[in-house]
Structures are given as C-alpha cells and as structure tokens.
Write a protein that binds this ligand. Sequence first.
Ligand code: NDP
Length: 506
Amino acid sequence: MTVLMRPKPLDGFKVREFKMLIDGKWTAGAEGKILERSSPGHGTVVSRYEAATSVDAERAIASARKAFDDGHWPRMTGVERSRILLRAADIIDERADELAFLDCIESGKPISQAKGELGGAADIWRYAAALARDLHGETYNTLGDGTLGVVLREAIGVVSIITPWNFPFLIVSQKLPFALAAGCTAVVKPSELTSGSTLVLGEILEAAGVPAGVVNIIVGTGPEAGAPLTSHPDIDMVSFTGSTGIGRLTMANAAQTLKKVSLELGGKNPQIVFPDANLDDFIDAAVFGAYFNAGECCNAGSRLIVHRDIVDEVTSRVAALSAKVKVGDPLDPSTQVGAIITPQHLAKIVTYVKSASDNGADVAIGGSAADLGLGQFMEPTILSSVAPDMAVAREEVFGPVLSVLAFETTDDAIRIANSIDYGLSAGVWSRDFDTCLTVGRRVRAGTVWMNTFMDGASELPFGGYRQSGIGRELGRHAVEDYTETKTLNMHIGPRTGHWMPKEART
Ligand code: NDP
C-alpha cells in the first residue's frame, strides 16, 4: 500500500479573484460570467475568474493585431526585446513561490514539484531572451555578380496560445517567450481549471516592460473562449498543447484560413528495458516516469516494455518501490503524487484500470481511487500481463497507471513501441551501446532517453511524431517556428537577360 498523506482543510483561505488582460487593461468579461476553481486536493474554491466569451476573444485578438501591425514590439531591436524577456525571468524568480502555490492549489500537483517547474520556466525565458538576439536569416552571395539573395526571418504575426492544466506555468513558458523573442504579439488562453499563474504572468510582463496589447490573456472554456482563437482570420498561427482530439479540431478550424499550427499532443511512452540494464537506476526511473505529476503528463512513461527474462523481477521491484511513494496533500513538501485534476478525470482513470483487469491484466498494486477525506486521489497502479492491443496499452490514461508488457527480441520491443498512434518520447535501458543506439534510431518518437528518463533542457527540442503533434518547442529553432521566411532577390547593376527583345523595349 502506498504512503497516504491526508490533506488538511483550507480553513480561512482567501479566494483569489482574477480579471483578464486585454489591451493593457485588467478587465471584466463582456457578459459578466464568472468561473470558479476548486483545489483538487481539498475540494475548496480557491480562485474566481472573469470568464471570456467570443466577444472578449474578439477584443483580445483585435488588440494583439493592432499591437503587431502598428506597435513598437515587432520593430524593436533583438537586444531591446531580449532585455525585457530577461527582466521577466528575474520577476518570475522573485514571484516563484506565489506562482508555484497557484499551480499547486489549482492543479493538485505537489508544491515541491511546482517550485521545481518554476525554476525550469525562468530558465526557458532566459534562453528565449538569448535567442531574441540571435534570430537571423541567410544570405546567398553565390548567385553570380548580378544577384544577391537575402533570406529574412520575420515575425509571423499574431499568435494564439492555448494551454492545458497539467503544467500551467511551464507550458506557457515553452511557447510565449519564443513568440515574443521573434517579435510576435499574442492572445493566450490557459485551461479554465488552472488559469491563475498565467494571469500573474500578465502582471509580470507588464512590470518587465512588455507594451500594452502585445500579450493579451483571456480565461474561459475551450468552446467559448478557445475556439475563436483557432479560427479567427486575424490570427496568423496557433500554438496548442492538449489532447489529440482538440488538437485535431484546432487543425481543422485553422485550415479554413490556412493558419500555421504547432501542436503538442498526447503520448503513450514506452520504456524498453533489457536484461543487462542497471536495474537499480531503471526501477527508480520507472516509478518516476509513471507517477510524476500523478501520471497527468504527456511524457509519462506509462508503458514498460520488459524483456521476458526479467519481467517478473522488474514487476515486483517496481511494485515494491511504488508502495513507498507518498500520495496526498499537495501542500506537504514531502508529497510526491498529488491530486487528480477533476472527479470526472479520476472516474475515467478508474474505468481504464477496471477494463484492463476485466480483460485479463493483473493488478500488481493499487487499482482504486484513494479516499483521503478531502479532494480526489488515485493510488499508484501497476497492471502486469498487459497485451499490446488493450486500451490501457494504447491510449493516454493520464493517471498514475503503469502497464507492463513483455518482449522476446529487440525487433519485438521496437515493434510494440511503434505499434500505437503516438510518438512523443521513449526510453531505452541497456549497458550495451549498440542496443541503445539501435532502439534509439528505430523508435518513432521525438525524444529518446537512454539510461535515463524525462530529463530535459531548454536547449533540447521537444515534440512528437505522428498523432503526438506537429512542430517542436524549445531548442534554438523554437523561435524560428514563430517566423515567416521572406526572400529578397536583389539585382545589382543594369538588368540583364530581358524577356522582350531590345527593339520592342525602345
Ligand atoms: P483539452 O485538449 O480539452 O484542453 C487543452 C486546452 O484546449 C485547454 O485550454 C482547453 O480549454 C482548450 N480547449 C478545449 N476545447 C477547445 C476548443 N474547442 N477550441 C479551442 N480550445 C479548446 O484537454 P482536457 O483538459 O480536456 O484533457 C483531456 C485529455 O487530454 C487528458 O485526459 C489527456 O489525455 C489529454 N491532455 C494532454 C495534454 C498534453 O500535455 N499533451 C495536456 C492536457 C490533456 P478548457 O480547459 O478551458 O476547456
């Protein structure tokens, strides 16, 4: 049984009230709608938001459009934009405890993890600030004496940014600083469940010197406030993170005006382990990969693909370590797995487990919701004897549920890993260099970890193959994603090679 940590009631908690940011003003929604968010770990209302409808979305888009077409931001030097982004990073550090608390209390993630995410986010803002000074195109001086070719990188324009609830501040930080570095303006819509830290980011950007209208932040439901951001003709690009289903819808909406789309979607990520692996390291990474952020993570290592010779040992050792994971009160600094985002989502996770066990999988540990008196929690769960065609082995459960599958040969392992619709990330564990590289090259995923799992750096691109998404975030090319390419084809001296004969032209 896992270590359960009962949350304490949030007695006397002061509910935080938020407005939205449009054209540099903190404003109420046009229709006076209010959204409330309860802490998933306590069941108590913690935040109240002015909710946007399509009317507010239109105003936010118009503001971003004006700031792009007529404003100073896209015309500033890279150095000026970089200085502002660096100031923003400093203020993120100064307000990190407040931001981490908001993410913890609204999403249910453990407070110590939320603080770690804030550190990572500030680093991304600094990295994007450096790229703001380095964005450049190409020149071609090889086209003959009469021609010089210059390829410009220009800001793509107005970007809409739609983010989910699982990493509220981190995910907006994987998008917005790169868009700003390129000179774009933006309308941001966080998940209605976890909008607090993104709205505080609006205050931070104002304080850092981002001009009014450059970043607009609206809160509201996906269909009301989010959908206009995917279809409006004044939006040039949509950057979306969330479910594959809404990603597909976003792409279809954007297709009407042929907007560029960048999509970070789901994952069902395998960790493939061979008998010669360092099993001590692997067992820890398996537990971390499965339960980090309560498994509500597109990068979760939710499928262990284990060599048949070690599958029993691995299953029992992972189960033994899982029993020591601390689950419960998100505000306790020692908690490792916090609350599940909503009661509906918890029910969905439990249904996946039940269906797997009805179809022949064994529940090695966990399997049920954990009753901690307040909020909603799920026991860390391991399913063994899972067949590759079961829903739990193919679909994104988005909960602390680990499926164990067995393989016989390397080809077998790669085939199982590649047999699903997703391709976000993967891990391979072996002391043999050839094995790691063979698997690393043949697994169809945007990131492959070797003898580690879910490490990251601002320098390293992140994104998916197939139905895990389109485009890459982070890395030095991230800023280029928010640009258009323009060719300046210049002729030097009198034009040669006329189309019409000389007699006709004189
Ligand atoms: P969604 O894809 O519904 O939400 C992601 C974002 O899209 C939110 O801001 C949401 O707004 C918004 N949205 C919803 N509908 C629309 C729409 N019609 N047009 C524009 N924007 C829209 O994810 P869920 O929160 O419903 O989670 C469902 C499942 O998605 C999870 O169980 C998980 O499998 C997966 N998921 C994957 C994530 C990832 O990182 N890859 C992150 C989150 C979820 P709002 O929240 O306000 O409705």
